[in-house]
Design a protein around this ligand. Structure first.
Ligand code: AVJ
Length: 321
């Protein structure tokens, strides 16, 4: 470790090393890429909050409206005396909408990698929902294999909003759904938020906002690598590129080098050609049918999908065995 680099970061050493290893692996690969989960440090999370308020970025507004409008029907699908498990909970703003409508929920289990955030949010939830057991789990939800013992005997419902599933490759999304089914168990219900395929110009604008907040969000990944790994990325020499890849039904985000340049990350030197990009995110879009087909392939039976034409919220049930 170089002096003064990772030492500044208030994170456990293993996490810093994992970040460093992922960054070096991604930037020495061809084509260069970085995992989108690293967007969400403190600065990135606050930029993402600003994205959700942008006029061009419809997904958050659409999903909040759909959840609010259909919360009673969603809650009616849940088994009695159940625990609600949220994968990658963030601020739990969306879960609160469901929890308020869910009379028979007994426990809420938010799963997130950000422990500090999770604990703060748990305190607020305990105050706002005094009759609910709040059982936060600090974990990477993609690697989680079991649920807390406190809810072992309760039926389960799962909640995966935000179209976070769109960050996965379709085969990974399918594998995640299958694993979630294993964790939640037979008879469980899963509510998933999924962004819809739509006119490319609407998608384009959602990821190329006029104010440039999405560009800042994308570039913050390089700023974070500078801050936490002591790298020397010149942020002015990289540009935000986002476009819809119609063949693969996904928005791609890249950071394009404006010139030939070398960047140092600790001991490692990375070379960029002029115009070479780092692929930072895929955001897959599904139709209601294509998502339901994938869910069926992962062992889930589609119960219902609510949409406003832009975004979809799906209810799925795992068959009893
Ligand atoms: C949080 C993954 C759903 O793909 O729309 C927003 C992230 N990236 N603007 C999305 C994001 C650029 C967002 N997800």
């Amino acid at each position: 470790m170089t002096p003064g680099s990772a030492l500044r970061a208030p994170r456990p050493i293993e996490t810093v090393n994992e970040f460093a290893a992922d960054v070096i692996a991604g930037l020495t690969a061809k084509p260069k890429h970085l995992p989108p989960k690293y967007f969400y440090d403190l600065a990135g999370s606050s930029l993402f909050d600003r994205i959700t308020d942008l006029p061009e970025y419809y997904p958050t507004r659409s999903e909040l409206d759909l959840l609010t409008k259909h919360a009673p029907e969603i809650a009616s699908l849940f088994p009695p005396a159940y625990a609600l498990v949220e994968f990658g909970s963030g601020s739990s703003r969306k879960a609160r909408i469901v929890l308020r409508a869910a009379a028979s929920v007994e426990a809420y289990v938010p799963v997130d990698i950000s422990g500090d955030f999770l604990r703060e949010d748990a305190a607020r939830l305990r105050r706002d929902f005094p009759h609910l057991s709040i059982i936060p789990v600090v974990a990477d939800f993609t690697a989680m294999t079991e649920l807390p013992a406190e809810i072992a005997a309760k039926p389960r419902a799962g909640f995966f909003p935000g179209s976070t599933i769109g960050n996965f490759e379709p085969h990974e999304a399918c594998a995640f759904l299958r694993r979630a089914g294993g964790i939640l168990g037979a008879g469980s219900v899963l509510i998933v938020g999924v962004d819809l395929e739509k006119a490319p110009d609407i998608l384009y604008r959602a990821y190329n906002d006029a104010e440039g907040v999405t560009a800042k969000f994308n570039l913050n990944l390089l700023a974070r690598i500078n801050r936490e790994l002591g790298a020397n990325f010149d942020l002015a020499a990289f540009e935000h590129h986002a476009f819809y890849n119609a063949e693969r039904y996904r928005i791609e985000m890249h950071l394009a080098s404006t010139k030939r340049q070398k960047v140092r990350i600790g001991e490692t030197s990375i070379e960029f050609r002029a115009g070479e990009t780092i692929h930072t995110e895929n955001s897959y879009k599904y139709s209601v049918d294509s998502f339901q087909a994938m869910a069926r392939g992962a062992g889930w039976a589609p119960l219902k999908a609510w949409t406003d034409g832009l975004f979809s919220v799906h209810a799925l049930r795992m068959a009893q065995d």
